[in-house]
Ligand binder design. Structure first.
Ligand code: UD1
Length: 419
């Protein structure tokens, strides 16, 4: 078993470079199934979710050449099966993108029920509604999803809930459909724009991504023969911004799109931190105890739920009592029990948590319950006095590239230890 051992407190200082966005990359890889040919994808994060995605694509018949740990050339000319490996597809959330992509490409797909972080109920009814409106039949039984369509036909689709996954999935299934699809009440996250940009680079006709109405004019074929670079990871950048505040450090975060981070920047300034926005890099520093705040997570451009646990660490050390209302997921406060083991004073009731700020955290053994909770514990361990041991690293490794190396380079005393 592996654990991270962090010795603190350390104010994080220096420069950190952000990797490609996990949530864009895990959609762009299945989107290559729409191409009847070859394309190259660059700036892929070197994380386990990407390795699993590539293995699944290879099992479907794709040929992948690794140009570097961050770049692949993928040939999807010969897709040989419509059965995706159940064990692998059940391991992570984004395997649901295989449904939209394979419905478009082959008119059929069988996948395992998507896995991923346990954040409460994670229904996929809006995905299924979209596929069915486009003309597919979808059945869910025995832990599998079967989807089949003789022909997909574009149509208007209103999303009852703003969903990142459903917006991207419907986009994937509409790209090669006959006629025009209009997604109303679409999600607007940066990775939705990135997937649309990728598909348009390969020959699709998608307009309006990044607004709440996306129009997709179906095309006959995606040619590929192009190179695409994945957008920088907004959540990884936000993680380091909040790490700078929590540890009272000073970080220059490079290779990010600061426009994607405005909600985080606004909150950091509100609680007394400092931000210098350089467009493609951002400097964040804080030399005093942060002030209390009220946070509500919302779809983009609101405060991202995927930065809620990291912000929770900052607020557990703030001056006064803060409130976080988690409006996206039912069960995203599991990390607060771990922070309480480190001396935090947090009370969580359902989707609301109260953070009575303490002056310091103290190292303890803690368990990462999901990906972003894991990142929050690394920040907490760096800010805390003494030694913190963090377990369940498989969650962190799914979404953060070389987390300990990146933290070590900015001063953290952190080691990965095999027990
Ligand atoms: C994606 C991100 C995840 C992030 C989340 C919200 C990926 C791989 N994961 O997850 O990191 O936390 O966006 O920003 O990109 N919902 C339904 N029915 C559906 C779909 C969603 O009721 O068919 C609900 C969910 O239960 C949730 C809300 O809609 O309450 C938002 O979920 P959604 O945006 O779909 O999240 P994911 O795409 O799964």
């Amino acid at each position: 078993m592996e654990k991270l051992v962090v010795k603190g407190p350390t104010p994080l200082k220096g420069e950190v470079t952000i990797s490609g966005a996990k949530n864009a990359a895990v959609a762009i890889l299945p989107a290559t199934l729409l191409i009847d040919g070859v394309c190259t994808i660059e700036n892929l994060p070197n994380i386990s979710d990407i390795k699993i995605s590539c293995t699944i694509l290879e099992k479907l018949g794709a040929k992948i050449t690794w140009n570097s740990p961050h770049s692949i050339t993928i040939d999807t000319s010969h897709i040989t099966t419509t059965k995706a490996p159940l064990d692998l597809t059940s391991k992570f959330r984004a395997s649901y993108y295989l449904i939209g992509a394979m419905l478009s490409r082959k008119g059929e797909i069988e996948v395992g029920m998507p896995g991923g972080c346990k954040l409460g109920a994670r229904p996929i009814d809006q995905h299924i509604k979209g596929f069915e409106l486009l003309g597919a039949n979808v059945t869910v039984e025995k832990g599998r999803i079967y989807a089949k369509a003789k022909k997909l036909k574009g149509c208007p689709i209103y999303m009852d809930i703003v969903s990142v996954g459903a917006t991207i999935n419907v986009m994937l299934s509409a790209v090669l459909a006959e006629g025009t699809t209009i997604i109303d009440n679409a999600a607007k996250e940066p990775h939705i724009v990135d997937v649309a940009n990728f598909l348009n680079t390969m020959g699709a006709d998608i307009r309006g991504a990044g607004t709440d109405v996306i129009k997709i004019n179906g095309v006959k074929k995606l040619e590929g023969n192009a190179t695409y670079s994945v957008v920088p990871d907004q959540i990884e950048a936000g993680t380091f911004m909040l790490a700078a505040v929590a540890t009272r450090g000073d970080l220059l975060i490079k290779n990010c799109i600061t426009k994607h981070l405005e909600s985080v920047t606004a909150k950091i300034i509100e609680i007394g931190g400092n931000v210098e926005d350089n467009g493609d890099s951002i400097r964040v520093w804080c030399n005093k105890r942060p002030n209390r705040a009220t946070i509500k997570t919302l779809p983009y451009p609101g405060f991202p739920t995927d930065l809620q646990p990291q912000m929770g660490v900052v607020l557990s050390l703030a001056n006064g009592t803060s409130t976080i209302n988690e409006s996206i997921w039912d069960s995203r406060f599991q990390y607060t029990e771990e922070l309480n083991k480190m001396g935090a004073k947090i009370t969580a009731h359902g989707k609301t948590a109260f953070f009575e700020g303490v002056k310091k955290l103290t190292g303890a053994p803690v368990y990462s319950s999901d990906l972003r909770a894991g990142a929050a514990l690394v920040i907490a361990g760096t800010a805390a006095e003494g030694e913190t041991e963090i377990y369940n690293l498989e969650h962190i490794d799914r979404g953060y590239e070389n987390i300990e190396e990146k933290f070590r380079k900015i001063g953290a005393k952190i080691e990965r230890v095999t027990e």
